[in-house]
Design a binder for this molecule. Structure first.
Ligand code: GDP
Length: 176
């Protein structure tokens, strides 16, 4: 069964997004203490496909050895997992483009891994400003990439963007 992975910096709103997509408040653990997911979790949807919850990257407080172990785990899953169809990279819509996100995205691109950007927490800015920030963020990718990946703007708080992301996944699944 196809797998769709979700990844982002700690505290980006990954658990909240996964729960919104699953319609289940308690499936993925949300917490205000970042950096808690150290395992790769699979959630089956409609008995058809999997949401894969990858650990958050770039959590400064992890020791160097844990960071290396995480990087190894994430990169071997992404590069070796045959069932993996697409990686959703989560970005807090309020944030400027950061080195760690840029490096991760460049690595995905260079490795020919299909990916999509999801801007989270749009309710914190309101729709107009969120759209503007997302566009600015995407434009900064243009320096290095000829074609830009698709992107979505979501709010788990307001349940925005849920149908768009699920329709996108359904569309891919139909063509597999
Ligand atoms: P994770 O560490 O990436 O899994 O992030 P969480 O889903 O645990 O969310 C981190 C914090 O951001 C929590 O306090 C959430 O309540 C909050 N949060 C997540 N998504 C949203 C959102 O769409 N809107 C708002 N306002 N807060 C959010």
């Amino acid at each position: 069964k196809p797998e769709y992975a979700f990844i982002g910096r700690s505290n980006v709103g990954k658990s909240s997004l996964i729960n919104m997509l699953c319609n289940n408040k308690k499936l993925a653990k949300t917490s205000s203490t970042p950096g808690k997911t150290l395992l790769i979790n699979h959630f089956i949807i409609n008995n058809e496909w999997y949401i894969v919850d990858l650990p958050g990257y770039g959590f400064a407080k992890h020791s160097k050895s844990i960071k290396q172990r995480l990087e190894k785990m994430i990169s071997s899953y992404i590069l070796q997992r045959e069932q993996l169809v697409n990686v959703f990279v989560l970005i807090d819509v309020r944030h400027e483009q950061q080195k760690i996100d840029r490096e991760f995205i460049d690595w995905l691109g260079e490795s020919n891994v299909p990916f999509t950007i999801v801007f989270t927490k749009s309710d914190k800015l309101g729709p107009g400003k969120a759209r503007q920030n997302a566009q600015d963020w995407m434009n900064k990718l243009k320096d290095r990439w000829e074609s830009l990946p698709p992107y979505f703007i979501t709010s788990s708080e307001k349940k925005n963007g849920r149908d768009e992301v699920l329709d996108y996944i359904d569309g891919i699944n139909k063509n597999l």
